[in-house]
Every structure is written in C-alpha cells, then in structure tokens.
Design a protein around this ligand. Sequence first.
Ligand code: THU
Length: 126
Amino acid sequence: MNDLELLAAANKAMENAYAPYSGFRVGTALLCADGRVFTGCNIENSSYGATNCAERTAVFKAVSEGCRDFSAIAIVSSGGGETFPCGICRQVLGEFSPNIRIILRNKSGETAVYTFQELMPKIFSL
Ligand code: THU
C-alpha cells in the first residue's frame, strides 16, 4: 500500500473515533513489513486518563495479531493540519520499529513524511 492509500485508510478509520470529550478525532493506518495494514482511532474515556490514542490502537491491534515490524504509519485528524504522534505513542512505536516512516497530511492536503529518528532520536530503553 502506498502513502496516499495509507492516508485514505487512516481517514476512513477516523470515522470510528470515539472522541465525545475533546471532539478531536484521529485516524491511523499502520503498514507492517509483511504487507498487512492495521487501522486505529482514538478511543476516549470519561476518566480521561484511560483514553487510547489512535496510534496505539493500531499498534496494539497489530502486535496482538503477530505483527511487530512496521514500515509506516499514516496519521490524520479532524484538526486539519499535520498531527504528530504524542510522546507516549512515539515511545510505543519505537519499541517495535525505530525506522518507521511517519506519514502526515498538512493543511493544504499535501503529504509530509518524517523518519522516526527525526521525531524521537533517543527513546527510553532498558
Ligand atoms: N490523540 C491521539 O489519538 N493521538 C495522538 O498522538 C495525540 C492525541 C487523541 C487523544 C484524545 O482522544 C484526543 O486526541 C485529544 O488529545
């Protein structure tokens, strides 16, 4: 799946976002090395702290299905501009794939691609 197709899959996944508290909807599509794609959305909770980001939804779906090697993740949001993954999600992505490409869409609809190393050069590791 190419970058534009991944962005389209993320956009579709955003339809399932459960975001009644923030109103900020996020969708992701995670491409695995074996070609499988796992989508995700943010899932909020009234306790706030139990909220799960769209990136981690996709990662946890993939890992639970046996995929740990990720090539790329596309992230879109209802915010419009580039939506960068939060720090916790960067740490989780880096646990499995420190060379993953992060595909975003800017306000003009253009695709922007970042390396994981640009966004998170030194992750915590044991
Ligand atoms: N959110 C994500 O889904 N991914 C991120 O990387 C940052 C934030 C969600 C969590 C919450 O539902 C909403 O965006 C506002 O923070």
